[in-house]
Design a protein around this ligand. Sequence first.
Ligand code: G4P
Length: 525
Amino acid sequence: MEFEQEIARRRTFAIISHPDAGKTTLTEKLLLFGGAIHVAGAVKSNKIKKTATSDFMEIEKQRGISVATSVMGFEYDGYKVNILDTPGHQDFAEDTFRTLTAVDSVIIVIDGAKGVETQTRKLMQVCRMRKTPVIVFINKMDRPSNDPFDLLDEIENELQISVRPLSWPIGSGDIFRGVYNIFEKNLYLYEPSKQTVQEGVSVDLGSTGLDERIGDRAAATLREELETVEGVYPEFDIETYRSGDVAPVFFGSALNNFGVRELLHCFLQIAPQPQPSHALERDVNPDEKKFSGFIFKIHANMDPNHRNRIAFCKVCSGKFERNKGYKHVRLGKELKFSSPTAFMADKKSIIDEAYPGDIVGLPDTGNFKIGDSICEGNELIHFRGLPSFSPELFRYIDNADPMKAKQLAKGIDQLMDEGVAQLFTHQFNGRKIIGTVGALQFEVIEYRLLHEYGAKCRYEGISLYKACWVESDDEAELAEFKNRKVQYMAKDKDGRDVFLAESNFMLQMAQQDFKNIRFHLSSEF
Ligand code: G4P
């Protein structure tokens, strides 16, 4: 197949949702369609279970599972589909943000009875920022759900995106009769079933055939509601979807395999193929002949007996080939990969080549950090879009075993490269500060330092509001600021200046007093 055709047939996306809305169930049904798995229940979720107890073994076990389900590729109808999994637990939100930098579109799952929930709101913010095209799947229609118009209003208001329903539910819960597929102009009748897939029947909405199938009352309501839909929502336009301005909406029940195939068919037709990636130097087009890619995720502990890691590389342009020399841009050295892997459902296998949109697993012994770029030839490309955000929680980290100082330093370094948390070095007292999004990470770090590096750490609480990256064109003012605020200054792991604000008030005062300094809540500006 031609290189351009390989690119055109790829669809790389993530499914995101608030925990429990049905992301895992939907993923599994999509894999069933792709023939990538054969029985329901084969995909274990990549979520740290809801209880969020600090059960380390459970976390470790689930981390193991999540490697296999990090990327799920399958072939369907001539398309190569790559689903990137994201952790559901909010303490791992940064992981999800980074994964979203590697996709070309997103499917958001919403529970029809719960509507828009916190995690959905946060994730959608990232999609909006990046203008990622979004399709919404309203799930669990087999349960009593909110009024569909109310749900659509809620999505528009809470997620700040216009919507366009492409299917329409006929009732919900006990009186759920099915959906009318506006995109295909077909009627799908609902029969609770976890295994089989119903065929759509084409009916003329005006004919009595509709009444015979779903009953007079339901038919009348459907006609009325569809008329309202056509009156209220603008006609579906693929360009407004691809520019991230309008989200098409589908209704269904993932558990009952209802509405999933229609979602997949429509998704394959409208979702964008691999898109250009932004680099510091320029935008990189997928169809450029030279390979380039970036690391958006690093996974350790593939094998508990060896400290091996796998770096997930998104192919941005060109063809990736096994055993060909590529440049590691940050280290300025050439690397060859003799056993790159691809992920097909729950299996990973060594591959010889990969195309833009694909994710390649690169075995790593410590060369990679999150955000690293790799490319072919002499041109250096630094991909952007993987910023660190200000952590929410901060703690000093100290060595609890003087004999193991080296191990601790190495362990902390490597865990930070993996993006588990952020490290800052206090400029006043030289102490190291770990910043995280959630409390769970502190426990993960402590556990992993001990089990993987044989190092013991101790935490000490520190009450901080935010870490702000500071910069200014006025060198004198910046020097003055750093001098005055010396007890609040730190360096991030790349040596950049960070101001540790104890409170919002303190940050506002600093902004007022130092007008020529810019305070950023993310490391990329
Ligand atoms: P998540 O990955 O978004 O966290 O959600 P997940 O798919 O695990 O689904 C959460 C719960 O919702 C599961 O039940 C799942 O069976 C159920 N579910 C998913 N889709 C539907 C649907 O269309 N209709 C109904 N009625 N339920 C649905 P659970 O009891 O938490 O887990 P399990 O014991 O079934 O695995």
